[in-house]
Write a protein that binds this ligand. Sequence first.
Ligand SMILES: [Zn+2]
Ligand SMILES: [Zn+2]
Length: 775
Amino acid sequence: MKALKLVITGIVQGVGFRPFIHRIAVKYNLKGYVKNSGGSEVEVWVEGEYGDLSKFIKELYFQKPPPAILEEVEVYPQEPQGFKEFYILKSTAIKEKHSMIPPDFSICSECLSEILDPGNRRYRYPFNSCAWCGPRFSMIYRAPYDRENTSMAKYKLCSECTKEYNDISDVRRHHAQGISCPEDGPRLWLTDRSGNKVEAEDPVLEAAKIIDEGYIVAVKGLGGYHLAALASNDEVVLKLRSRKNRPRKPFAIMALDRTVLDKLVYLNEDSLKVLESPAKPIVLLPKKPDTPASKYVSPGLCFEGVFLPYTGLHYLILLETKDRFLIMTSGNAHGKPMCINEECAYRDLSGIADYFLVHDREIVNRVDDSVIRFTDEKPVMLRRGRGYTPLWIKLPFNLRKKYVALGADLQTAGAVGFSNKVVLTQYIGDVDDLDVLIDLDKYLRFLSESYGISLSEAEVVIDKHPLYASRLLATSYEETYGCSIVEVQHHLAHVLAAAFEQGLFEDFVGIAIDGAGYGDDGAIWGGEVLEVYLSKNIYRRAGHLEYQPLDSDRTVHYPIRFFISILAKELGSDEALRTSMKYGLCELVPGGLVEIKALLKAIEMKKYSLTSSTGRVLDGASAFLKISTQRSYEGEPAILLESAAKGGRLVEEINDLKIVESGGSLIVETAGIYLELVNSFKENSAKDLAYTVQYVLGRGLGEAALSSLKGKRLSNSVVISGGAAVNEIIVEGIKDVLVENGLDIILPKRVPPNDGGIALGQIIAADLALKPYSL
Ligand SMILES: [Zn+2]
Ligand SMILES: [Zn+2]
């Protein structure tokens, strides 16, 4: 007889883990117990024959419930205690201070086959779920994850479900908190845009039918409302675009299964692994040339955002439509949060959707679909929401205090930090809209309460930018709770988030390739090389892209103005005007020649701020090459530039950027790229030039990082983060330089490199009290 105590951490609560342990313990004739203990831990005691114990351990790893993740399994040999049976002990006796809140899981294959089986009592039941799958975070009011703490509380289990719930041999439904059936579960119905019920024997079937007829249907899903529409029909897609006031930003396509996906995009083993994981995120994948999707779904892009149905409801809708793939885009008014209830839906979406497919289960927490793309052949998170929130990030050290971090301003998320953990909120959005800011407050409070952080004792961390809306929320916390506020530089937070998410815990160099962030000198930073000395609590701006003039916000929306501004700075107004006329650049702004002349005047009079932004340089090039001349969504010109460069070649004449030293900093000269673009425009294709601009920028930043590393004791891994850190070609440029010199790169994976991940870095910077210094 031997005995073992196991302490297992990871996603082990709310996934049917204890019944699973019970089953395999009984199978191998082991005695003892399993119980939830504090944190996200499960404690297991097993005693029995040596061979049985090792079989148990093996099965623990290889037969675990699909959504369970074993982060750590600690095994302690013990003296056998002579247990008579194997027990599932109640967790109620323990005060669960830090119970992990499970994320939402997509419907599992077992539940799916039940709803497709005419003989099953859950046949065509849209809300089927079990211990291995279904909503979690989106329907939880408070931790821990027990039915009475969720919006399933109001549905009383029928006798059949009760039997399953109490049956210890029912692996998927024993003690499964969210289960239901057609007898006792949520109800579904269809209405017109005024909320009048549309009589239908099967509302799902009816919804599918009207989608096929070209109507737009708002569908209440798991974490919010979607707008569902035919993706194959130009007219329908354009109708959706005009009603949603969204001229070009890509829509995601949900496809029934692998076979349907295969018609739309190129798949491989890695992308399928992500697409079919329990989180079922949207994945950006290369479009097939003969895709049946309308070209208006993702205009100008070589990628399509695709995902698989993650609830029974979505699956059943897709199954009944003729294409078996549909646009499924967030149901929100422009700039507003996605609707999670009927009040919002009928108010904000009645001008967009023709019909509404609604159910009576409350969505407690809004959670948008997550978005992932591949960069350097690895998945990178672009938007972290459903399926990943609120998983925590473990730090390699204990935080000194408790923190509430407010992120940045656009496409952002907040976070809380305590002990050795940081928990990011779901993707929140652009907090310059008051409703979105209120949402940020709501979810920060939810996480604070869940993890026992009182706002009066927390340190509140914000971005250094004096005009960010998140600062207003921080000020209100300060006034109400008297908490202290710490400011953190934007790009420092970016590189720290990436480094710590990937487990780097030494002095390092980070490259931030970004749109805009407030710099320590008051300029707008965005192409930065930072030396970060964790050991000395300091960081240094070792290099950056050359400062360029940025006269106004209008230039961000019409990026040819940036291009012309640089020409004017380098060549003077007269020459800049001549070049603009020669290449037809004046037609790329609404005000034509008059507007360009006014711009040149402003530059002459030095009416501008300075920026080292990578995004602006990319946008300007995209406009000059006439790939994208007007920005309708964040990052559009740069994203289209990357797409247009697919398959492009390096133009040798523009092969290298000059790097000069100035005041202890390395300056990567960007004006030269623009001048070379003009010079080589005639002899080269836009594709090759687009590729070259991005690659050369990457090389320039890589060279600056390399020089900064020379002779210093810094990590051999260079961290890359920021909104443009997903740009494959820039990353390739950086990597080529570093790899040639025996170094490698680190890209974030679980946390977005953009402002959706910045709150993690804010907490680390605040805790380590990192201060800037210059040589
Ligand atoms: Zn299931
Ligand atoms: Zn039932």
